[in-house]
Write a protein that binds this ligand. Sequence first.
Ligand SMILES: *Cc1c(COP(=O)(O)O)cnc(C)c1O
Ligand code: SF4
Length: 348
Amino acid sequence: MIPAAPTPLQQDEPRRWQALWRDAVRDPRQLLAMLGLDTLADGLSEAAVDQFPLRVPRGFVARMRHDDPLDPLLRQVLPVLDEERIVPGFALDAVGDTAARSGHGVIRKYNGRALLIATGSCAVNCRYCFRRHYPYAEDTAAVGGWREAVAGIAADPSVHEVILSGGDPLSLADHKLAELTDALRGIPHIRRLRIHSRLPIVLPERVDAGLLAWLRSLPWPLAVVVHANHANEFDASVDAALAALRDAGATLLNQAVLLRGVNDSVEALADLCERGHAAGVLPYYLHQLDRVAGAAHFEIDDGTALALHAALSARLPGYLVPRLVREIPGQPGKTLLALAQGGMPVTG
Ligand SMILES: *Cc1c(COP(=O)(O)O)cnc(C)c1O
Ligand code: SF4
């Protein structure tokens, strides 16, 4: 009798990270109960939940402090009544992406770079994110086997860097990611690949053997920009994921958003930069908030942001100080915030 061949690992066989993804907490009251904060339920906003649901992986919840209504991780994900306030200037398309798109899920506003909206999915829903109004459900670069995105990049020799963004590009299965990079492989003007992902922070189990094998197979220098806003987002599981990414050849950078009640002190920012560095991540950008409807309570005014940044620069070595920037619709890149003569903040 011929023995049955061993079953090859199915491409789409669910993996541990996918199970953890699906097991995320989605009920705000349950989240509060897990943290011993049931009394905060009165401050929840049903309207905010309806507009943009709560979603947070259990491993991220485990890094929140019990009994602390001001926990900086909780504040990033909890749908609160403040979101219902209508504030002039806070709009639905805060960063002007709709105008900058050329073709399906490709943003060409950055010189020499093509940014691919790889997917609309994220493992966590961050209350301050522009994505709360633009889930990008269908209009992603991955539609149709990435054909349009790849054709656009191939036809434009000025594109030297391909940026995978979203949503969270690492929410795609490994074979879907490989489908893209296989198609890009033959394009001679591509010099580097960059991935923007919050998954190594909020769901570090995503950095598994399959993902690392894919990363190692890539022919280009690779940067991974993780998005951590507070030092408490790091723990041993995150450290291990980041070490594995570096071991696979990635340069690791962090992009944070300056958020009221989360990281708007010199201590919190210095801790974030130093904790990241201890995990092999250099600070890249500190973003002023995109002015999206529902997020006004997170905003820090430019004068305060500049003062915080100056204090941070006085405290840390230059390589641990992120650049303070704002995304301005229509500009070909980030705009650095700087002080004009006379001490008034300017952008430009
Ligand atoms: C700003 C930004 C970029 C591109 O800008 P760089 O200055 O090249 O970093 C890419 N992806 C995301 C998510 C960004 O916020
Ligand atoms: S795109 Fe980034 S900031 Fe926005 S919800 Fe997803 S993980 Fe959070």
